[in-house]
Write a protein that binds this ligand. Structure first.
Ligand code: KIV
Length: 270
């Protein structure tokens, strides 16, 4: 079974790391049988599963519930659970309660967005025996500060600051860092500057691994197809067609057919 220390080894060996998000046991069961290295129970579940317009609506209870479901479906995979909006900004005790809930739900590690104001907490979590993944660039919990889901680190100064942030996350003990929606050359520089691996989304190929939201990869939402998320299936169409076929069969009485139910002649009592 793969584990958190493998991340460092994979980067050292030049082996690309694969990660997808997952939120439910049924999908996790499929992923458990796949070759994917790791699963992220991302706070994107607030948007993808619960229909909110940002990840600000994710809660510790929400992520813990999804983490427990994913762990039941994927007993053999490395699972990383997101610390949701503000759960790590209300003091150490509240943050550690959140970490405790996510780890007890079945995570192997937690992920935490941004560097500023988080270094001491990251050190404390790591010193408590819990691996931490950092997250820089377009950190969606800050969508309101960014004024939308926009590419980050576009200026030289912002790129330099992000590289410094990444180094500080490594020093604080993070075992890897997610880089989201930053220019490819900046992602390459971060990857070069760190010993720990970078996992990219919308950052090009020069990172240590890639992560995609599983619903994007599977083509579950016809109305949302970001440029960076390659669609490997078109499940929105497949599911829609399957349900339409089912409805047509029910209406024409083609379903259920012989063999899809039991029949037993019961003689009426005389
Ligand atoms: O919540 C999430 O899905 C994420 C990934 C996009 C990295 O943080």
């Amino acid at each position: 079974m793969k584990s958190i220390p493998d991340f460092l080894k994979w980067k050292a060996d030049g082996r690309a790391i694969t990660m997808v998000t997952c939120y439910d046991a049924a999908t996790a069961k499929i992923l458990n049988a796949s070759s994917v290295d790791s699963i992220l129970v991302g706070d994107s579940c607030a948007m993808v599963v619960h229909g909110y317009d940002s990840t600000v609506h994710a809660t510790v209870e929400m992520i813990a519930t999804h983490t427990a479901a994913v762990r039941r479906g994927a007993p053999d995979k490395v699972i990383i659970a997101d610390l949701p909006f503000l759960s790590n900004r209300k003091g150490t005790e509240i943050a550690m309660d959140a970490v405790d809930q996510l780890m007890k739900a079945g995570a192997n590690a937690v992920k935490l967005e941004r560097r500023k104001g988080n270094i001491q907490l990251i050190e404390h979590i790591v010193d408590s025996g819990v691996p931490v993944m950092g997250h820089l660039g377009l950190t969606p919990q800050s969508v309101n500060a960014f004024g939308g889901f926009k590419m980050q680190a576009k200026s030289d100064a912002a790129a330099r600051a992000l590289i410094e942030d990444a180094k500080m996350l490594e020093l604080a003990g993070c075992f890897s860092v997610v880089l989201e929606c930053i220019p490819g050359d900046v992602a390459a520089q971060v990857t070069e500057a760190l010993t720990i691996p970078t996992i990219g989304i919308g950052c090009g190929p020069e990172v240590s691994g890639q992560v995609l939201v599983v619903n994007d990869l599977l083509g579950m939402d016809r109305s949302f197809q970001p440029r960076f998320a390659r669609k490997y299936a078109n499940l929105a169409e497949t599911i829609g067609q399957a349900v339409d076929s089912y409805c047509a069969d029910v209406q024409s009485k083609a379903f259920p057919a012989a063999g899809e139910y039991s029949s037993k002649l019961v003689k009426a009592a005389s």
